[in-house]
Design a protein around this ligand. Structure first.
Ligand code: AKB
Length: 316
């Protein structure tokens, strides 16, 4: 049975992933960690939990030793919009945290997962059906850290034999935990506002297409990739994955199928728009499909239905 340590477990991916990993591998085999401690979170209360600042490599190593960890899922990082506001901190946290996780993985022979992003692409990348292997010259600090992270994980695999694996995530949409500081967050906010006020003001301009995915598909993808037979993996770090690509008008139209009175207007945020404009319209996930059978289940309308049903229950 795997013994898994998750960093950033109170974040948007970590919250749902930790719960799923505990269901699959047993609560006693999943150690959730985060720099924060949130009293009423199931991540903290329903299993093993320890505070961990990923910049503290010694503590990370001690936790791995104490709990005999063999798999590290390293999620702690700043997202794109916050990274643009605090570029030096973003570099230090995103790269320093990963380097610590890779060193611990090397010393303790752990498998390691870390997410990359569509943010690893830039303005000179082909915008439509962006290939798996293509130009990566991002012009955001987030993107610079993501490309560097992909290369660093490749290096640790080829040089030291660490079993590193990764996915280039699109915008992730979830009803359980909110994202924080991303460019694609509008596609989560819109569902909350649709239910609360039947209207939304989008900070992303009409006609801006970005790849997106519903969180259950993202969680399945992480688990499937980590379980995949390594002999079938030609690309370890990191696979393009996507389930849909839409602009603000299309997600609004999908919401209107369930809330006909829903309206949307625009107040574009130049900082986040500039980031969105540098990313692909839609990426090509063929390598993930061929190498480990990536198979997302949710398209836009199915996701909208599930988001609205679940959020309606949550918001009462
Ligand atoms: C962000 O918007 O920063 C993230 C991402 C696509 O990596 N959701």
């Amino acid at each position: 049975m795997k013994k898994i340590l998750v960093t950033g477990s109170l974040g948007q991916i970590g919250t749902e992933l930790t719960i799923r990993l505990r269901e699959l591998y047993g609560a006693e085999n999943v150690l959730a960690t985060d720099i924060r401690h949130v009293d009423d979170s199931p991540v903290v209360n329903d299993g093993l939990y320890a505070t961990l600042d990923v910049m503290d490599g010694e503590r990370m190593q001690k936790l791995v030793n104490d709990y005999q960890i063999d798999t590290i899922i390293h999620l702690a990082a700043l997202l794109s919009a916050t990274a643009e506001e605090k570029p030096l901190f973003a570099w230090n946290l995103n790269m320093g945290g990963l380097l610590n996780a890779l060193e611990v993985a090397r010393h303790s022979n752990c498998q390691l997962f870390t997410p990359s992003s569509i943010g690893a692409f830039g303005p000179s990348t082909p915008k439509d059906h962006t290939p798996q292997d293509t130009i990566q010259r991002p012009n955001t600090m987030y993107g610079v850290t993501k490309v560097s992270a992909e290369l660093l994980c490749d290096y640790y695999f080829t040089k030291f034999g660490v079993d590193t694996r990764g996915l280039r995530f699109p915008g992730l949409i979830s009803h359980k935990a909110l994202p924080g500081g991303g460019t694609t967050d509008y596609a989560v906010d819109i569902y909350y506002e649709a239910l609360k006020h039947q209207k939304y003001t989008s900070y992303i301009a009409k006609g801006t297409y970005m790849d997106m995915m519903y969180m259950p598909d993202a969680i399945d993808a992480i688990i499937k990739l980590m379980e995949a037979d390594p002999s079938g993996l030609k690309h370890r770090n990191a696979f393009n994955i996507t389930a849909m690509s839409f602009d603000p008008e299309e997600i609004a139209a999908s919401i209107r199928k369930y809330i006909p009175a829903f309206t949307m207007d625009y107040k574009v945020d130049p900082a986040r728009q500039q980031i969105a404009d540098s990313w692909p319209n839609s990426i090509d996930a063929t390598a993930a499909k061929e190498e480990w059978d990536f198979n997302p289940q949710y398209d836009l309308d199915r996701m909208t239905k599930s988001m609205l049903e679940n959020l309606a229950n949550k918001l009462g």
